[in-house]
Unconditional design. Structure first.
Lengths: 315, 277, 283
């Protein structure tokens, strides 16, 4: 029940944050140079006259004073109407919801792969600290953090698609998610591996582990139950931050591998000045990040029950 | 063995020299187009082959380095010049100024770096200055937070009180006492960051949002080579390799610096063996 | 009847510097054996080494460690693990680290029972509650608590309950009361003595505080710089200490009457014992 109060507080904070984000995304578009009306008309590479541009601008309400535009914007938002895409003419909300599944799939598989990498390398490195696998792991982390993700993607395509014909270069079908997830996983795993390894070593050194050992608990149970739970908190801490780089990295990966996700959509929108989509994109990313941080905080409370109990005692 | 600081510093120095003097070391003009010689494999005349317009790859790589790394260094320098003073003020003055500045930092940190950079440089348009601006927006927060936390840590120590009693004014205190403590961690963060900024610049250029052709820049070279991927994959391997090597060396150096100055000082004893004194 | 017989126990640092130089001692069934020495004398690591609890890097060698027909120096790790928690139980100096902070006491007590016996859940819960009640804690309540919710004295008593719950033949207590206030310390010691008598287990009591020794111990051994310099019946040693070190040690406990103006300094060479492994600095 303590958690309920805390949850409510967080959600109200979130609503405030969302409002600020909506303000920011509105502001960006107003300030940005370039003319959406012009872009829209130019799509057909037919010569346009200034009168036609002006007429479209009037129609799109681009000449209205700022506050009017803002109210219209907020009004639409509350109706969950994010406007229409300049590129395709379809509603932004529809375009985004169409594109998100692909991104989630990519993020999901990348995260899974990352967990596998971190789990294996982290535990082996801490168990045989100082040994060859530890050194190999450190080298791998250094390389993973230094390699440009898009280049890695291209290399993988070159090797597995062009030369070996094992995996598709584009799209999600036929195992098309494997290469992009691998690229992303290699990019984001390194800091996790290092922190997990150090966290495991620190936790295993604690005196209460020795106490558990003195009671005859098997090493396996000690590791899986006692050491692991205590080591996860630092890992979870950077999980929230790394999600940001996951999203960022997936943008380029989607473009390279031709995955129909939100990142690819956003890049097209940005280069073609489709502000409606850019706005919707910024808003949805903001919401996503907030939800992720919420989930991270919730898992903290599970991993360390002291937090919620101490809160209760304070009241 | 490869983790020694001397390796890091040495390699960095070598790379920096090559990059700095690149255009002058280059055997040919990187912009000369010769369509009769397009897409040639590496040979005695063209050590790294030619690209789709017949330009010498090696020269382009050597010239491009200046662009890629130069832009990154400048962008990072700007970020430090903005972030460090803000952090100093926030930490030193405290109170409401601190609170307001930290809320600002939080707002900036709410979004993934990469996405902010894409949106900003995309909206502003391609080009040199827009690119630097986008990176500045994204990177200054890290330094502000770092400097602020260092200042807060030092504020609690007595020597500042002594300085105050002896009549030192704010400016002197900042300059003489606080800034020396700030330099180390900022340097450590910067060396780690430079790799990330180089990757950022290259990625943005790859998408077409940064440096535009025909200027040689490693990221945009990869972009140009995209269409010829299947025919001439070395066009893609070489610039990418250059980026990778430079970032690798910077990270190597950065890791060591972080161990010396950074916040994770608990590096000792992590080999699982108890030390005997 | 002899319960534990240790011969020529040596402990080495990773760089082969010896910390414990071949000590011998034996403990009889049901007796209270006190191992006395200053910080760094090697008393704690000697006790840890008996059941193989040395920290990473420290190495143990012994001619034999005979207990109940088994040589602890040469049996497999699996058999050693069977003994830990059942026949040999530990209580440590730092009560905070007796339990894993993010699991409840009950869960950890349960875990020990599950590791060694095949009792049903009801049986396990009953045993836990009984054990906790026996040490003066509210069994049902303490069972569901987290370690940080108990005071130091309560935690140490809970640790004792857990240790005694499996009816060990030997309880190894490493300075269990050093970190406690005088009242809690007295309670814990009384409890230990009572449980010892009731269950008939032997106690290997490690301490630098002679006051506990005087009251509870049957036999004692004095360690200095990794060697046992004197051992025997408590009364004999207190009345007629042979070594200078022992004499100074005994003399440095301030008596209630005739308090001297100055206490003697115990041996010039106690400062030499300073070069030790990091692991034993907190012993």
């Amino acid at each position: 029940m303590q958690n309920k109060n805390w949850l409510l507080k967080r959600i109200s904070e979130g609503i405030l944050l969302l409002w600020i984000i909506s303000l920011v995304s509105f502001a960006i578009v107003q300030v940005a140079p370039g003319d959406a009306a012009l872009s829209l008309l130019r799509v057909d590479t037919v010569a346009v006259t200034t009168e036609q541009v002006e007429a479209l601008r009037q129609e799109m309400g681009m000449n209205d004073p700022v506050y009017q535009k803002y109210f219209r914007y907020m009004g639409n938002l509350l109706k969950l109407d994010l406007g229409e895409s300049v590129m395709t003419g379809r509603p932004v909300a529809a375009e985004l919801s169409h594109a998100f599944p692909a991104t989630f799939l990519l993020a999901g598989t990348s995260l899974l792969l990352t967990i596998v990498l971190v789990g294996i390398f982290g535990s082996l490195s801490s168990r045989f600290a100082g040994g060859w696998i530890d050194k190999f792991s450190t080298g791998f982390c250094l390389m993973g953090a230094s390699i440009p993700t898009f280049w890695l993607g291209l290399l993988l395509i070159d090797l597995f698609s062009v030369r070996l014909h094992l995996l598709p270069a584009v799209g999600m079908a036929n195992g098309g998610l494997i290469l992009p997830s691998l690229s992303l996983a290699i990019a984001i795993a390194p800091p996790f591996i290092k922190i997990f390894r150090n966290s495991l070593i620190d936790c295993a050194r604690q005196d209460f582990i020795r106490a558990a050992r003195s009671r005859g608990i098997s090493e396996k149970v000690i590791f899986m139950r006692h050491v692991l739970k205590g080591s996860l908190i630092p890992v979870v801490t950077i999980l929230g931050v790394s999600f940001g780089s996951l999203l960022g990295g997936s943008v380029v990966v989607e473009v390279i591998f031709g995955l129909p996700g939100v990142g690819k959509l956003a890049i097209e929108a940005v280069t073609r000045r489709d502000y409606a989509i850019v706005q919707g994109f910024v808003l949805s990313i903001g919401i996503l990040i907030f939800l992720i941080n919420l989930a991270v905080d919730l898992s903290y409370r599970y991993l360390n029950p002291a937090i919620s109990l101490k809160e209760a005692e304070r009241q | 063995m490869i983790q020694k600081t001397s390796w890091g510093v040495g390699l960095t120095a070598i790379f920096m020299l090559i990059i700095l003097f690149g255009p002058w070391i280059a055997p040919m003009d990187p912009n000369v187009v010769d369509l009769s010689k397009r897409l040639q494999l590496p040979s005695a005349e063209h050590w790294l082959g030619t690209d789709q317009l017949g330009r010498d790859q090696l020269s382009r790589i050597l010239t491009g380095g200046q662009m890629t790394v130069g832009i990154s260094l400048m962008a990072l320098g700007l970020s430090i010049m903005v972030g460090v003073p803000i952090g100093l003020f926030a930490g030193y003055l405290g109170g409401r100024v601190d609170w307001a500045l930290m809320r600002l930092v939080d707002a900036f940190m709410a979004f993934p770096e990469y996405i902010v950079a894409i949106v900003i440089s995309g909206l502003l348009g391609a080009g040199f200055f827009n690119l630097m601006f986008a990176i500045l927006i994204v990177k200054w927060v890290g330094y502000a937070r770092l400097v602020r936390s260092v200042v807060l840590q030092e504020k609690s120590k007595d020597y500042l009180l002594v300085a105050k009693i002896s009549g030192a004014g704010s400016y002197t205190t900042l300059r003489r006492h606080l800034i020396p403590h700030v330099i180390g961690p900022v340097l450590a963060l910067a060396t780690l960051d430079i790799g990330k900024v180089i990757l950022l610049v290259a990625s943005l250029s790859y998408i077409g949002l940064g440096v535009q052709p025909p200027h040689p820049e490693w990221g945009s070279m990869l972009n140009e080579g995209r269409a010829y991927f299947t025919q001439a994959s070395y066009l893609m391997i070489v610039p990418g390799m250059a980026i990778f090597l430079v970032v690798f060396v910077m990270n190597l150096l950065g890791n060591r610096l972080v161990e010396k100055f950074g916040s994770d000082r608990q590096e000792e004893g992590r080999d699982g063996i108890t030390e005997c004194s | 009847m002899e319960l534990l017989n240790v011969r020529d126990l040596k402990i080495f640092c990773p760089d082969n510097r010896p910390l414990v130089h071949g000590i011998d001692f034996s403990i009889r069934a049901g007796e209270w054996f006190a191992l006395i020495g200053e910080s760094g004398s090697g008393k704690s690591i000697s006790a840890f080494s008996l059941a193989g609890l040395l920290p990473n890097g420290l190495r143990r060698e012994a001619k034999e460690i005979q207990m109940l027909g088994q040589d602890l120096a040469s049996i497999s790790e699996g058999k050693l693990r069977d003994l830990r928690g059942t026949d040999i139980a530990y209580v440590f100096q730092d009560y905070q680290s007796a339990f894993t902070p993010y699991f409840t006491l009950g869960k950890q007590m349960d875990e020990v029972m599950q590791a060694h016996r095949h009792w049903t859940r009801e049986e396990r819960q009953k045993k836990s509650w009984d054990a906790l009640n026996e040490v003066g804690l509210e069994g049902a309540e303490a069972y569901g608590r987290y370690p940080f919710q108990l005071s130091g004295g309560q935690l140490q008593r809970a640790a004792l309950a857990l240790a005694m719950m499996m009816e060990p033949k030997l309880l190894i207590a490493d300075e269990p009361t050093t970190a406690l206030d005088a009242m809690s310390a007295a309670k814990v010691l009384d409890l230990m003595a009572r449980l010892k008598n009731e269950k008939g287990c032997a106690v290997l009591f490690i301490t630098h505080d002679l006051r506990c020794v005087r009251r509870y111990a049957d036999r004692i051994a004095i360690m200095q710089n990794g060697s046992i310099i004197e051992s025997g019946e408590k009364r004999k040693i207190f009345e007629n200490p042979q070594e200078i070190y022992t004499r100074n040690l005994l003399a440095s406990v301030p008596p209630l009457h005739n308090v001297p103006r100055r206490l003697p300094i115990v041996g010039e060479d106690f400062l030499e014992g300073g070069a030790l492994c990091a692991a034993t600095r907190n012993a």
